[in-house]
Design a protein around this ligand. Structure first.
Ligand SMILES: *[C@@H]1O[C@H](CO)[C@@H](O)[C@H](O)[C@H]1NC(C)=O
Ligand SMILES: *[C@@H]1O[C@H](CO)[C@@H](O)[C@H](O)[C@H]1NC(C)=O
Ligand SMILES: *[C@@H]1O[C@H](CO)[C@@H](O)[C@H](O)[C@H]1NC(C)=O
Ligand SMILES: *[C@@H]1O[C@H](CO)[C@@H](O)[C@H](O)[C@H]1NC(C)=O
Ligand SMILES: *[C@@H]1O[C@H](CO)[C@@H](O)[C@H](O)[C@H]1NC(C)=O
Ligand SMILES: *[C@@H]1O[C@H](CO)[C@@H](O)[C@H](O)[C@H]1NC(C)=O
Ligand SMILES: *[C@@H]1O[C@H](CO)[C@@H](O)[C@H](O)[C@H]1NC(C)=O
Ligand SMILES: *[C@@H]1O[C@H](CO)[C@@H](O)[C@H](O)[C@H]1NC(C)=O
Ligand SMILES: *[C@@H]1O[C@H](CO)[C@@H](O)[C@H](O)[C@H]1NC(C)=O
Ligand SMILES: *[C@@H]1O[C@H](CO)[C@@H](O)[C@H](O)[C@H]1NC(C)=O
Ligand SMILES: *[C@@H]1O[C@H](CO)[C@@H](O)[C@H](O)[C@H]1NC(C)=O
Ligand SMILES: *[C@@H]1O[C@H](CO)[C@@H](O)[C@H](O)[C@H]1NC(C)=O
Length: 382
């Protein structure tokens, strides 16, 4: 893969419970392309146009764009399809399927008025209403670091929804998210003394990530929330907040590359190893619990019951090792696998992860034909 104009930013996302984001790295390209040309380039040579999942990733990206002196660069967010309600704090535990909590006042949301894309909580009954994002209201921030009693911070200032979001992210963690009735009551209690309604972190938009991931993380400049244009870029003139841009403009761009890739072809272990080394980096080595969580996430989309890992047994010496030459430290074997005697009478044993159930490791003869997981680059952080 050519890195002629590329500049590589390498890092890992934070794990936050179920649905942690697969680690990836960004590549900046100082070539002018339209948004779709850039998308094609990124999909062909990497994973996709950049997805930004949280503040940590945004800070890394900002830092590198500054070093590269990039004025404006495409990211993977595009306006598409109907809108949906999502939380400002893009931690997937806030909108896990099946337990989405809402507390709309009856008849809401009714999409009445200008920009009815932001949500306020009424002080009189704690119920919600969709309101004009540009209205100035008091707001409640979420403070991750504090104890249970003051994780909700009511700000004694009025701001538009977007400026409230910027304020909360700079001074606390984010605008407040509400996951259940208990939390709603707690927040309602702390806003009781304020005037009218307060902004909470729920908003409605129709922006989608090019790689189909569902991260609700947004970082719009307060000046550029509804310019009506359908593609998005990070721009220096907006202090590297995001702004909407005409998709046919020609700009430099940022691709991202996922660390792990599931190959849905049925190959023997040796063929899979050769495939990964020719097309990517290697068969995946799972050296930490974090990596195993990501492997489980990827493995569940396989078409075979088991999925090859870079795990290999040596009959001559009687132990398991990773193909990249490392010893096995972290392990997640299914009961009866990996730790006892291996049947070496016919062929070498190799290791796979189950694609369903507990998704633990099992020992299999290497001639089985399975899907497999490649790593796409060497990680320097272990
Ligand atoms: C991209 O276009 C801008 C504006 O037209 C121009 O200033 C810049 O030099 C171009 N960059 C490259 C790498 O061609
Ligand atoms: C992928 O990268 C190669 C080399 O940098 C480039 O020639 C090719 O055009 C790229 N693919 C697309 C679809 O742009
Ligand atoms: C908000 O999202 C819903 C889908 O959840 C959509 O049907 C509705 O039209 C959106 N409302 C607005 C005002 O965009
Ligand atoms: C929960 O929210 C997510 C994200 O908006 C949505 O995709 C999902 O369908 C919702 N689930 C339920 C049960 O409402
Ligand atoms: C909020 O600020 C106003 C002045 O801006 C002040 O009079 C008021 O006491 C403040 N309220 C609280 C609860 O701090
Ligand atoms: C953070 O809080 C300080 C003090 O209340 C305030 O002056 C500043 O404007 C806040 N930051 C943002 C981005 O609003
Ligand atoms: C409400 O959500 C919080 C955070 O997920 C959780 O700790 C708490 O137990 C939940 N309460 C109820 C009654 O579900
Ligand atoms: C809010 O304040 C009113 C009086 O101003 C009081 O009657 C009500 O019980 C309070 N509600 C809560 C949830 O504390
Ligand atoms: C919004 O625009 C004003 C004037 O153009 C500028 O001074 C300000 O920095 C912009 N705000 C942001 C967050 O980019
Ligand atoms: C990017 O970094 C610069 C310099 O540290 C800072 O002024 C700017 O606010 C940052 N922008 C974003 C979007 O984080
Ligand atoms: C791989 O094997 C599975 C299970 O036998 C099968 O469902 C799938 O279609 C096969 N995939 C390919 C690409 O042959
Ligand atoms: C390895 O684990 C699988 C799945 O739990 C089980 O069916 C198999 O019997 C185990 N192998 C041995 C040797 O116990």
């Amino acid at each position: 893969m050519s890195h002629k104009w590329g500049f590589v930013i390498l890092f890992f996302s934070v794990v936050c419970g179920i649905g942690a984001y697969i680690p990836h790295r960004y590549h900046f390209f100082n070539e002018n392309k339209t948004w779709s040309e850039a998308q094609t380039y990124c999909r062909e040579n990497y994973t996709d146009l950049a997805t930004i999942n949280n503040m940590r990733e945004m800070k890394k990206l900002n830092h590198t764009l500054m070093k590269e002196n990039a004025k404006k660069a495409w990211i993977g967010l595009q306006r598409e399809g109907p809108g949906k309600w999502q939380w400002s704090l893009a931690d997937q535990t806030f909108y896990r399927d099946g337990d989405n909590y809402t507390n709309w006042r009856s008849g809401e949301p009714n999409s009445v008025g200008d920009n009815p894309y932001c949500v306020e909580m009424y002080k009189d009954d704690g119920k919600w209403n969709d309101g004009n994002c540009l209205n100035s209201k008091f707001f409640v921030c979420y403070e991750e670091k504090n104890t249970i009693t003051n994780k909700y911070v009511v700000i004694n200032e009025t701001k538009s929804w977007h400026d409230a979001q910027i304020y909360c992210r700079e001074n606390h963690t984010d605008l407040i998210s509400v996951r259940n009735q208990t939390e709603n009551d707690e927040i309602w209690k702390v806003i009781n003394s304020s005037v009218g309604g307060v902004w909470i972190g729920l908003f409605n938009d129709s922006w989608k990530w090019s790689d189909q991931s569902n991260s609700s993380f947004r970082y719009w400049s307060s000046n550029k929330t509804s310019g009506g244009l359908n593609c998005s870029a990070v721009s220096e003139s907006e202090k590297r907040y995001w702004s909407d841009v005409d998709c046919t403009e020609k700009l430099p761009f940022i691709c991202h590359e996922n660390k792990l890739i599931l190959v849905k072809e049925n190959l023997t272990w040796r063929e899979a190893l050769r495939y990964c080394r020719n097309h990517h980096h290697d068969l995946v080595s799972v050296r930490t619990e974090e990596m195993q969580l990501w492997v489980k996430e990827v493995a569940q989309n396989a078409s075979t019951e088991h999925v090859w890992l870079g795990l290999r047994h040596t009959c001559a010496l009687g132990f398991w090792y990773w193909v990249n030459g490392e010893m096995i430290c972290y392990q997640d074997w299914a009961p009866g696998n990996g730790t006892g005697f291996e049947d070496c009478s016919h062929e070498e044993r190799t290791g796979a992860v189950q694609s369903g159930g507990e998704r633990k490791w099992i020992s299999l003869p290497q001639s089985k034909k399975l899907n497999f997981i490649c790593s796409t680059y060497e990680d320097l952080f272990y």
